[in-house]
Design a protein around this ligand. Structure first.
Ligand SMILES: [Zn+2]
Length: 249
């Protein structure tokens, strides 16, 4: 979907049920910046298709919002097409971790015979691990021609979380710093991370976005933005007051 101006979201890409995952892109006059690449090469194929349909002549660059495989799984697809991959320097996943992720997918298949046939191979067909090759940090700017994307540090969910802010359209792509309808995933860190996460949420609030493309769930537009921010803030505050998450079991 077109969110606003030059900003597009691709929602509902396949992941471990009940999760789907989002990606997006910002189409400048010379460069299209793809924000997250889905979990697999198949998702990346769809993202690439949408992005190149909007601006076929543009160069493509990729920006990752974090280290989890649902956001970087399609990196290899884009790298094979010459795209630079930008992301937090601590995104350094190993082949062993990638193999574990694939095994988890297979274990989640309900049918025993399909598990035995390792149907995760169909889901992951052509997917190769590729970490970012260009470090990104708070304050970086991508000049896309006619518009710019600013990198905002938004840690908490993981230490690698970065957001992409398109000031001229007031659209924020924030990865899993904010998730919509789903319960925010606080299980990757502890109290120190959650305190950081609250600061990240407040930073986002101060930007006064018109639209937010979250890591998971529907895009939040206009009046839905404050509600999305408030819901995630309450979840973090709850974990801080209890000293535990609701989703650890
Ligand atoms: Zn995610």
């Amino acid at each position: 979907m077109r969110v606003l101006g030059r900003c597009f979201a691709i929602t509902g890409l396949a992941y471990m049920p009940p999760w789907s995952v989002n990606a997006g892109f910002v189409a400048g006059d010379g460069t299209t910046l793809v924000i997250d690449t889905g979990a697999t090469a198949l998702s990346a194929t769809s993202i690439y298709g949408y992005a190149t349909a909007v601006k076929p002549e543009n160069r493509i660059a990729v920006f990752n919002t974090e280290k989890h495989f649902d956001h970087i799984g399609g990196n290899g697809f884009f790298r094979d097409r010459g795209a630079e991959i930008h992301g937090h320097p601590l995104i350094a996943r190993t082949e062993e971790e990638f193999g574990q992720e694939r095994s988890e997918f297979n274990a989640a298949i309900l049918s025993r015979s399909r598990r035995e046939l390792r149907e995760e191979n169909a889901f992951c067909d052509g997917t190769t691990l590729k970490n970012p090759d260009r470090p990104a940090k708070d304050g970086d700017r991508f000049d896309l021609g006619g518009c710019a994307v600013e990198v905002i540090s938004t840690p908490g969910h993981t230490p690698t979380n970065l957001s992409a802010w398109v000031r001229e359209d007031r659209v924020l792509f924030c990865g899993d710093c904010l998730v919509n309808r789903y319960v925010a995933n606080l299980d990757c860190g502890g109290t120190k991370d959650w305190v950081e996460w609250l600061s990240s949420v407040e930073r986002i609030e101060r930007l006064e976005p018109r639209a937010i493309v979250p890591g998971h769930g529907p895009v939040a537009l206009e009046d839905e933005v404050p509600r999305l921010i408030e819901t995630v803030r309450e979840e973090i505050q709850r974990a801080l007051s209890v000293g535990a998450t609701r989703t650890s079991v």
